[in-house]
Design a protein around this ligand. Structure first.
Ligand code: ZN
Length: 96
């Protein structure tokens, strides 16, 4: 089983206005995935990026790649396991 490791680089930022809540941006990075894919912005993205990397993403046509973003987390996990890959995300201890 090959594992794709992600670090949780999520962050929040303020728009400078005291009455508005900070905006929280989910962001996960992995050195194991194809750099063309960039950062993942949800847990599902992490799995999609791992799967697309494993399938040699650039050999798939764009329409075929799009499909993966429609899948549920469960479907993605099943697909990943069938490819012999796993995803591990090291979450931040506490996110403000
Ligand atoms: Zn405001």
């Amino acid at each position: 089983m090959k594992t794709y490791f992600y670090t949780d680089d999520s962050y929040s930022f303020s728009n400078g206005c005291s009455c508005c809540d900070d905006t929280f941006i989910e962001c996960y990075n992995s050195e194991d995935t194809d750099y063309m894919l960039g950062s993942a912005h949800s847990i599902e993205d992490c799995w999609v990026n791992a799967i697309l990397t494993e399938l040699k993403v650039m050999s798939l046509d764009p329409a075929e790649r799009e499909e993966y973003w429609q899948y549920s987390l469960d479907t993605l996990k099943t697909l990943a396991y069938s490819l012999g890959i796993d995803v591990e995300i090291e979450f931040q201890e506490d996110v403000e």
